[in-house]
Ligand binder design. Structure first.
Ligand code: FAD
Length: 463
């Protein structure tokens, strides 16, 4: 077990001031809190500092600096490559900070950095409001927001960062700063897509928008053999779709879930999952041509509470399974892209592997690219080639499937969403931002974290 000895004096100093929980190897809770969502990641930090507030964050940062140990920062623990946990270092864990407060009159919400998406949605939907965020309720708000944030509402309300009003952050030097359009505007620009490179965010403030509570939402499935024709129909159909409609295409083996008839379990299917964020009757009109395409084997697109739809994928992406993912943005669903997609989808072996093709555009594309560090605004789709197994058995083969599929799409890659990167090296991080933004982010890094204390992330080194 890699448990580097923690400097005694630094630990004593931290213990003296820390009000949250400090967990060392062997202590109760260590096994629980060192685990992250991706079960293929198995790391043993020297210390897990579960912060109870901003003062604890400052103390944990000081301790990491004094000891020189690597510092991982954890929100919801959903980093695909497991960047929020490290061997032999300090994990600064924000998971206990789950406060959300909503001001329904001003239509704003503040959320602490350990909030999970389901907690934010529940608090805002209680007032018929919503902030756009992701599609799995147990994902952390912090990591998702700092990378950009795509989900069911991005075509209507933009990315999560497009509704972000301000953040509070602790710098590498232990200083508490705020960032918004009016305060430290350059930092605010960088935090909207630049990830955890600049400091530890303690609180986010969002603008909210009225939503639902009923939406027309859910998947419609066809046999996977229909995919070549379906995808060609789909690309033409969504070309005219209003921004209220957001869709995700899924290729997979039908999961053995309650709402899927037993005779479909394990069969290769293609599904288009819809979420219409406007009036339900209008949504029915918009979705009708899709329902009427070919002969769906299952149609679960129906009026339902937005909160119920938000939980739809939770069971398909649980904690602890082994996951591998490669991603790319794509400009167009050309015939060639469709053919590659179908060819590789037909080869899915694992009953758990399920990869989303996200529709982008709408409000995401209406924000100028230079306004935020996030850089996938011009893409029409983002492909999230996720493979999944229960554990190590079959994992290598499934991972190879992801890699081969991703390589086959290489001629069509047009960048990548930073939150969908594995540990792929500096060139890929640069690719996620493009050279001009990458240089601007580097300059910001030099200003806020010149020693690269925050390097366990999609790192933008200062020099
Ligand atoms: C099941 C699942 C579903 C997903 N769905 C979506 C989706 O719908 N839309 C989408 O856009 N993305 C989605 N993602 C990707 C997701 O945005 C990233 O994995 C994101 O990093 C998760 O945030 P987290 O706080 O849970 O991650 P963590 O693993 O806790 O953190 C990831 C990184 O974020 C940084 N970070 C975390 N907290 C802080 C903080 N307080 N201050 C500074 N830096 C911090 C750190 O650099 C850390 O390494 C999904 C991921 C998973 C696993």
């Amino acid at each position: 077990m890699a448990t580097a000895e923690l400097d005694r004096a630094a630990l004593d100093e931290l213990t003296g001031s820390f009000r949250g929980e400090l967990i060392r190897p062997g202590a109760g809770g260590y096994e629980e809190h060192r685990k992250v969502w991706n079960g293929s990641i198995d790391r043993h930090p020297a210390l897990i500092a579960r912060c109870s507030g901003t003062e604890d964050v400052i103390a944990a940062i000081r301790c990491a600096r004094q000891t020189g140990l690597p510092l991982a920062v954890r929100g919801g623990g959903h980093s695909f490559p497991g960047l929020s946990v490290c061997d032999g270092g300090v994990v600064l864990d924000m998971g206990a900070l789950t406060g959300v407060s909503v001001d329904p009159d001003k239509r704003t919400a503040t959320a602490q950095a350990g909030v999970l998406l389901g907690q934010l949605d529940a608090a805002t939907q209680a007032h018929g409001l919503a902030a756009p965020a992701g599609i799995v309720t147990h994902t952390g708000l912090a990591g998702l927001t700092l990378g950009g944030g795509i989900g069911w509402l991005h075509r209507k309300f933009g990315l999560t960062i497009d509704q972000l009003l301000s953040v509070e952050m602790v710098t590498a030097g232990g200083e508490v700063v705020r960032a918004s359009e009016d305060e430290n505007a350059d930092l605010f620009w960088g935090l909207r897509g630049g990830g955890g490179n600049f400091g530890v965010v303690t609180e986010f403030e969002f603008r909210l928008n009225p939503l639902g509570p009923q939406v027309l939402a859910g998947p419609i499935f066809w046999p996977m053999e229909d995919s070549p024709r379906l995808l060609r129909f789909y690309r033409d159909w969504i070309a005219e779709a209003p921004d209220d409609l957001m869709t995700i295409v899924m290729h997979r083996k039908a999961p053995a879930l309650d709402y899927i008839p037993a005779e479909l379990h394990g069969k290769l299917v293609v599904g288009v999952v819809c979420c219409y964020a406007g009036p339900v009757d209008e949504g029915e009109r918009v979705v009708r041509p899709l329902r009427e395409f070919g002969s769906p084997v299952l149609d679960l697109c129906a009026p339902k509470p937005y909160l119920e739809h938000q939980g739809m994928f939770d069971a398909s992406y649980p904690h602890g399974r082994w996951y591998y993912m490669r991603a790319c943005d794509i400009a167009e669903l050309t015939d060639e892209v469709i053919d590659i997609t179908v060819e590789h989808s037909m080869q899915i072996r694992s009953p758990l592997t399920a990869f989303p093709i996200w529709q982008l555009g709408g409000a995401v594309a209406r924000v100028a690219d230079e306004d935020t560090a996030f850089t996938s605004r011009g893409a029409a789709y983002t492909f999230n080639l996720t493979s999944m197994t229960e554990g190590p058995e079959g994992f290598d083969e499934e991972r190879q499937w992801t890699r081969d599929f991703w390589s086959a799409l290489a001629p069509h890659h047009m960048g990548v969403y930073v939150n969908f990167l594995m540990e792929e090296g500096e060139e890929r991080v640069r690719e996620a931002y493009g050279p001009a933004k990458y240089d601007r982010l580097k300059a910001l890094k030099r200003a806020y974290d010149p020693e690269n204390l925050f390097r366990l992330n999609q790192n933008i080194p200062p020099d």
